[in-house]
Design a protein around this ligand. Structure first.
Ligand SMILES: [Zn+2]
Length: 339
């Protein structure tokens, strides 16, 4: 696939991917992800909006234009469903509600992150710094601080928190909410069984492996959750996957298989690096190749270095949970060794 083909999905369009379902890519200027897909699902005169882009003029105008082409407008949105709390999926939700009165739906387990981002952004930054320090990556924290973080508007509260297992009814259409923790704790997908569609959010992406547990670190095992969540969707009846980043695609089972295999290999690589003497997430991240271009850790920007260190830690943590490594917490640092 050429670079141009890889990016074709990002171009502004109103793409009817299935009967009554449109894909609307919204721009993420300056972000490596480049764009996020919002989906509009029609129910007679109104719409369900699945994910909604950053709280910026560009997303608003693109959505308004898409709805205008459908003979409608943002005031006709009846539900806003966000697959998770990240800004590219949830940012605009509050403004769409203001215009339309549509209730905003979000996974319950996103609540802690939402409140922290809204009320205590400084604490979120501080926790990231502390965490990187524990993983022997204080230098990454310093580079990250020096780079500064983008100005973000505080997120709005949702109207309803969902657990997974609920059904959204839109006329004849029934959409089942599927809890898929991993990318974030409260990540949700929507499954349209009759039409064999999966609105996949960032759970199953066609071109990149979703980052795991990019949120305030609280107890739990995000990678184990993510692998379980992959197993949970692999057998869903599905002819079309509607991801939040990348083109729609048909082979859910094949792509889930690739993601499971990616993590199986990563776990093996991490184990071998500890066997060869690496002692912490930073040393492992340093020695692993990153992104599909297999870039060196030192060539990544600070934000991606942070993701690489956190991801290495999650693999090491899972190896420890499975009893393959020993995990020691000493002098506020986390170290690994063979048992
Ligand atoms: Zn995303």
């Amino acid at each position: 696939m050429t670079e141009e083909d890889r990016h074709a999905w990002e171009r502004p369009t109103l793409d009817e991917v299935s009967d009554g379902v449109w894909r609307v890519p919204l721009p993420l200027p300056g972000d490596a992800l480049r764009a996020v897909n919002a989906y509009l699902v029609r129910d007679s005169g109104s719409f369900l909006l699945v994910d909604c882009g950053w709280n910026r003029r560009e997303s608003w105008e693109r959505l308004e234009e898409a709805l205008r082409q459908l003979g409608s407008g943002l005031h006709r949105v009846r539900w806003v469903f966000a697959t998770h709390v990240h800004d590219d999926h949830y940012g605009l939700a509050g403004r769409v509600r203001q215009r339309s009165g549509a209730p905003v739906l979000l996974g319950r387990r996103e609540r802690d992150s939402l409140i922290a981002f809204r009320d205590r952004p400084g604490e979120a930054r501080q926790r990231t710094v502390t965490r990187l320090g524990q993983l022997a990556a204080g230098d990454v924290a310093r580079r990250l601080e020096a780079a500064g973080s983008p100005e973000r508007r505080p997120p709005a509260d949702p109207d309803l928190y969902l657990e997974g297992g609920e059904a959204l009814l839109l006329g004849e259409r029934e959409l089942e909410v599927v809890a898929t923790p991993g990318h974030t704790r409260g990540h949700l997908c929507l499954h349209d069984r009759a039409n064999q569609l999966l609105f996949a959010g960032d759970h199953v992406l066609p071109q990149i492996t979703p980052s795991i547990g990019v949120e305030l670190h609280l107890p739990g095992s995000p990678l184990a959750d993510f692998l379980d969540s992959l197993e949970r969707v692999i057998d869903l009846s599905c002819r079309l996957v509607l991801p939040a980043h990348g083109p729609v695609f048909s082979d859910l089972r094949g792509r889930v298989g690739e993601l499971l295999e990616h993590h199986r290999l990563r776990l093996e690589e991490c184990y071998q690096l500890v066997e060869a003497g690496a002692q912490n997430a930073r040393e492992v991240a340093d020695r692993l190749p990153w992104t599909r271009r297999r870039r060196r850790f030192q060539d990544l920007d600070p934000f991606n270095q942070m993701l690489a260190v956190f991801e290495s830690e999650l693999h090491l943590q899972l190896l420890a949970e499975r009893g393959r490594l020993r995990r020691d917490l000493a002098n506020s640092s986390i170290r690994y060794a063979l048992p």
